[in-house]
Design a protein around this ligand. Sequence first.
Ligand code: SF4
Ligand code: SF4
Length: 82
Amino acid sequence: MAIRLSNNCLNCEFVTDDDFCRKHKVDVSPQHTCDSFSMKAKLKNENNCGNCAKFKQEACANPNKAAIGMLCSSWAPQEASA
Ligand code: SF4
Ligand code: SF4
């Protein structure tokens, strides 16, 4: 089972540090999302084996190829932060 970041306001590029949606001008929470969701570029660009929860673990889908800077579709977050 691949665990992925969810497409909610917490991971959207439009949310501010105090949970305010800059696009729709409303307060939001991690329980919300909308059709305008856009993943924070920071999260998109940083995914690689080096920050995968499965790196060097039994759960890694490609243990013989995994390396810093590599990525596969089984990538899983170590933790989700705002
Ligand atoms: S654009 Fe949509 S998904 Fe993004 S923060 Fe606003 S309400 Fe949430
Ligand atoms: S190969 Fe895939 S599952 Fe293994 S550490 Fe890299 S991204 Fe994670």
